[in-house]
Design a protein around this ligand. Structure first.
Ligand SMILES: Cc1cc2nc3c(=O)[nH]c(=O)nc-3n(C[C@H](O)[C@H](O)[C@H](O)COP(=O)(O)O)c2cc1C
Length: 141
């Protein structure tokens, strides 16, 4: 079955660490049996998430996430078939980077300074994938 990767940005309706922890726990529990791996970042209430796995499972999971009222302004960044996973072994890596305290001042920080709508206009999907993948490699999840 084709391996698929989808990423999106959104804004939490109410940034709250306890709520985020619940979301990540749910994600890890639900993603494992669905063979979904990925990464969830939250910076200043803005979410970037990558989902990867069998195509049908990625779409089904994203459908559930997209109708979740805990976040809004949901825009897809990337959506394509991939040859291999970027986040193998992570049922959902989680990191809350802080502005000015990124492990390296990098493209990820720049990405978070833009609104989800601006990111879609200005960042082409191949670049978005490599920024997310590089950040994943550095993140202490
Ligand atoms: C920002 C965010 C990320 C989420 N990530 C996932 C995820 O990776 N996998 C997942 O199954 N649910 C995720 N959820 C939770 C789903 O929206 C949904 O609440 C959950 O899958 C339970 O669905 P159910 O109540 O229909 O069983 C996420 C929710 C939010 C707000």
């Amino acid at each position: 079955m084709a391996l698929y990767q989808l990423s999106y940005m959104s804004n939490l309706v109410k940034p709250d660490k306890a709520m985020l922890r619940t979301i990540v726990e749910t994600a890890r529990r639900r993603n494992k049996p669905n063979q979904i791996t990925g990464m969830l970042l939250c910076c200043d209430g803005q979410i970037v998430q990558v989902l990867e796995g069998p195509e049908a499972a990625v779409h089904e999971t994203f459908g559930r996430i997209a109708s979740d009222s805990r976040h809004h302004c949901i825009v897809e960044l990337t959506s394509f078939e991939v040859e291999r996973r970027d986040f193998e072994g992570w049922s959902m890596g989680f990191h809350m980077p802080e502005f000015g305290r990124f492990s390296t001042p990098n493209d990820m920080e720049w990405l978070f300074k833009l609104s989800p709508e601006e990111v879609v206009k200005r960042v082409e999907p191949g670049l978005a994938r490599s920024i997310l993948k590089n950040f994943g490699a550095e993140a202490s999840v």
